[in-house]
Design a protein around this ligand. Structure first.
Ligand code: HEM
Length: 390
């Protein structure tokens, strides 16, 4: 019998919105353990807050497959999904355009998009699917707006990006063709923005090109990274589910809408949209949490488990919109790859929930919460559809 098959398979059960109790117990009791991933690889499963931070931030854990190199030019254009200096060079350019000031100027634009989508839900039949009506389209509209994709090109653009996060389409001819067309389109847009700059990220990147050394092919990869990161925001539907499951918290939020920002942060900490996270590779022999790891071993830190570590978050399984944590939750990651779109992501969750609660005063689930289906065909997981009434 292969040694692998003796390992406990991870995830322990198909994910339907809650991390299983035995996994949550392991956050303290067994924070670094051995499991078998769905693709058959054995891996280290890392669950405590402290060790998740180490795996995500310590350069001894790599994002590249064993043997690959992130040296510039060695494997094509530099991109965000790399280690060390190659990643840092791309990240510096990206970060310059994602400033808090620039992102705050997007707030009225995001609010307008949210309002338009909620208007359409209100005008349509009841119950309505809040995923199809708001949660799915909003981040797509926002990321196109932020990147500066002209309105006339949007239908073509949506077709290209529709399979980008799909696990089932991954590697298919259709997906490869769509990605090639998308890259060619983005390269064309860079040329266009050079001549006619707008108030968007692509323009900001080409505009500053004499001040940084990224070539167009690398800016295209950066745009692909932003698209991949920003296309789906499943915390809004997961947050709505958590609020419906905790009516006293929902009532508190309805009575005090000024709590929306802290409620959003607690939603991001408390809810999980999948039990899986990125698989990394150990670069050199090391010891983590008293466990010896060998160079080349796979390791997966699960930030949603770290968010339930009682050493950082007292009574971690209590959902409390008034919580005032002393450390950041890990839902946006940690370390050099910490989410670039944090402010934009948080803004979308906050404005969506705010608009739903304000404009649909009787908002309620139209089916029992445990009948709401979760998707298993995407890299990000998330609720597939969520009928609500008001
Ligand atoms: C609530 C919404 C969001 C959540 C929970 C989220 C979560 C994350 C996480 C966990 C990472 C780190 C992954 C890793 O360690 O490899 C990440 C990275 C990233 N996110 Fe987000 N994200 C959100 C919204 C957005 C948005 C709206 C954008 C852009 C428009 C975005 C762009 C990115 C990019 C570009 C990275 C890669 C950063 C790097 O590798 O240096 N994200 N995000």
């Amino acid at each position: 019998m292969p040694v692998n098959s003796a390992l406990r398979p991870y995830p322990f059960a198909p994910f339907t919105g809650d991390l299983p109790a035995d996994l949550l117990d392991m956050v303290v009791a067994d924070p670094v353990s051995r499991v078998r991933l769905p693709d058959g690889r054995p891996a280290w499963l890392v669950l405590s807050y402290e060790h998740c931070c180490t795996v995500l931030a310590d350069p001894r854990f790599s994002r590249l497959p064993p043997g690959a190199t992130s040296a510039p030019g060695a494997a094509g254009p530099r991109e965000l999904n790399m280690d060390g200096p190659a990643h840092a060079a791309v990240r510096r350019v990206a970060g310059r355009a994602f400033t808090a000031r620039r992102i705050s100027t997007f707030r009225p634009r995001v609010r307008r998009i949210v309002d338009g989508l909620v208007d359409a839900m209100l005008a349509g039949p009841r119950p309505a699917d809040v995923v199809a009506g708001l949660v799915a389209p909003l981040p797509v509209f926002v990321v196109c707006d932020v990147l500066g994709v002209p309105a006339a090109d949007r239908p073509r653009f949506y077709a290209w990006i529709s399979g980008l996060n799909s696990v089932t389409a991954y590697g298919s001819d259709g997906a490869a063709r769509a990605q090639a067309e998308l890259r060619a389109y983005l390269a064309g847009q860079l040329t266009r923005k050079r001549a006619e700059p707008g108030d968007d990220l692509l323009s900001a990147w080409v505009h500053g090109q004499d001040a940084h050394e990224l070539v167009d092919a690398e800016l295209v990869e950066l745009a692909m990274g932003v698209l991949l990161g920003g296309l789906e925001i499943n915390s809004t539907s997961a947050g709505l589910r958590a609020l419906f499951q905790h009516p006293e918290q929902l009532a508190k939020l309805r009575a005090a809408p000024e709590k929306l920002a802290s409620a959003t942060d607690e939603i991001l900490r408390y809810t999980s949209v999948s039990a899986m996270f990125r698989v990394q590779v150990v670069r050199e022999d090391l010891v983590l949490g008293g466990v010896a790891m060998r160079a080349g071993d796979c390791v997966m830190a699960v930030p949603w488990a770290g968010n339930r570590d009682p050493r950082q978050f007292p009574e971690p399984h209590v959902f409390d919109i008034d919580r005032t944590p002393t450390v950041p939750h890990l839902t946006f990651g940690f370390g050099p790859h910490f989410c670039l779109g944090t402010a934009l992501g948080r803004m979308q969750v906050e404005l969506s929930l705010g608009a739903l609660l304000a404009r649909m005063p009787g908002l309620a689930p139209a089916v029992p919460i445990d009948e709401i289906p979760w998707r298993h065909d995407r890299m990000n997981g998330g609720i597939e559809w969520f009928p609500v009434t008001w």
